[in-house]
Ligand binder design. Structure first.
Ligand code: IFM
Length: 452
């Protein structure tokens, strides 16, 4: 199969004659990025080491210079975002830069992030800043990554330092990004570091990340009482392929529990249930002053998986994803384009965490020709509006991503950016979807003109 592939006619086309929609005042429109994927010159993390190993990344790609944010281009890209009418940007800090050795912090690296954040603030971009987005310092990787007993505590100490050093510049913090995805790709699977391929270790890594989230939530609040701290979850819609088949329904329910449900349950009730623990355990670290240890929840949503029962797939709880209609490569699958799933997952969050502010912290698709992305964006923005109309307190929406960037094991093969990146010249070119998104940001919704 040639890469990357997108099979399926466009399922996300907005219905003809759909009406204009407007979002609440002060709704945040932005894009999302992450440190390792855009910064470049990043050498001290588990990912830098992983990329150097043969056969790990599609085409032997490396993040390399990436989008040269560290070298100074972050500020230029913030300007571009602002010019396009965006009001916010989500980025992350690179733990391995800020704490290159255990307990040793790099003040020059903190200064570099401070300059980026000052720039964003000066031009009117609200920042949502992640403490960690998949990568770990190499010194922690050699001690066991998220399976190291010290990992949650180390993360909390690092979070404390970040909150004290950069807290003035950060209105919205997030602790971790997509803990289930990391557990699945790196511990259950072998595609990402540490590449263990063991479901039991996957459950342990997920549990450690949840504990780390809680510990960091408290650390940031202890450092800055006014901080807003959330967690970013990737919650795909997981449905039975054939809803009349009891076996398809059972495996869809099991997969949804293992990937989505157990995490929501842990956060909502401060408890760890199977497979995070053999017997239910209480997790006081996940309790905040007035309920869950969360001030908001970030939802990353790409699409829907439809699963069939298949006895040959025990590691996937006997469910095989049907990839015929999905956005996928040979090694990764972002699901079927299904905007209704975004409404559904937002409503699920609104029920699990009543009155909790929600953000769509990532949504987008890789689309080299940029023929499908414009309608994907419009249909998903409409899906967010539907959730708000049904009572969800959604405060913002971030497209993944502002610019083409290093897509983990897929390397540079899956362009997700509103801006296309020429990696040789570092030139940026706005795609048509950048204009469409710009029109959404400026109209604070979908206008009749955009619809036309
Ligand atoms: O690039 C990733 C990001 O790092 C986490 N969420 C999904 C994106 C697209 O795969």
């Amino acid at each position: 199969m040639s890469r990357p592939t997108i099979e399926r006619e466009d399922a996300s086309r907005t219905p003809r004659g759909a009406s204009a929609i407007t979002f609440p005042p002060r709704f945040l429109w932005g894009t999302a990025t992450s440190s390792h994927q855009v910064e470049g010159e990043q050498t001290q993390s588990d990912w830098a080491a992983w990329e150097a190993r043969r056969g790990r990344i599609h085409g032997g790609d490396r993040a390399g210079r990436a989008c040269e944010w560290w070298a100074g281009r972050a500020e230029e890209d913030f300007e571009r975002a602002r010019t396009m009418g965006h009001g916010a940007i989500r980025l992350s800090l690179e733990w391995s830069r800020l704490e290159p050795r255990p307990g040793v912090f790099d003040e020059a690296a903190f200064d570099r992030y401070a300059r980026m954040l000052e720039k964003a603030r000066a031009i009117g971009l609200t920042t949502m800043v992640g403490l960690d987005h998949f990568t770990l310092p190499y010194w922690l990787a050699v001690r066991g990554s998220w399976l190291a007993e010290e990992a949650p505590d180390r993360f909390a100490r690092y979070a404390d330092r970040c909150a004290r050093r950069l807290g003035d510049l950060v209105p919205l913090w997030t602790t971790l990004n997509e803990p289930s995805v990391l557990a699945f790709m790196a511990y259950v699977g072998k595609a990402w570091p540490p590449g263990l391929g063991n479901p039991v270790l996957g459950a342990r890594a997920l549990r450690a990340q949840l504990v780390a989230h809680g510990a960091a939530y408290h650390a940031v609040h202890d450092a800055r009482r006014d901080a807003q701290v959330g967690l970013v979850l990737n919650l795909p819609a997981i449905d039975p392929y054939d809803s009349t088949s009891a076996r398809d329904r059972a495996v869809a329910t099991a997969q949804d529990w293992a990937f989505n449900g157990v995490v929501l349950d842990a956060l909502a009730h401060a408890r760890l249930r199977f497979p995070l623990a053999l017997r239910e355990e209480s997790a006081p670290v996940l309790r905040g002053p007035n309920g869950p240890a969360l001030d908001f929840v970030g939802l990353n949503y790409y699409g829907r998986y439809r699963v069939r029962f298949d006895a040959r797939h025990p590691a996937e709880l006997f469910g095989r994803r049907d990839a015929r209609e999905t956005v996928h490569t040979e090694s990764n699958d972002w699901g079927e384009i299904h905007p209704e799933g975004l409404t559904r997952q937002l409503m699920r969050l609104a029920r699990a965490f009543p009155r909790m502010p929600l953000y769509v912290t990532e949504n987008g698709m890789f689309d080299p020709s940029d023929t499908r992305r414009p309608s994907y964006l419009v249909s998903h923005v409409r899906a967010v509006h539907d959730a708000i109309a049904q009572g969800a307190d959604v405060r913002g929406y971030f497209v993944w991503s502002l610019i083409d960037n290093f897509e983990w094991a897929e390397g540079w093969s899956t362009p997700f950016g509103l801006l296309a990146l020429d990696r040789t010249t570092q030139a940026r070119t706005a795609r048509r979807s950048a204009d469409v998104y710009s029109a959404i940001c400026r109209a604070n919704g979908v206008s009749d003109a955009l619809e036309a």
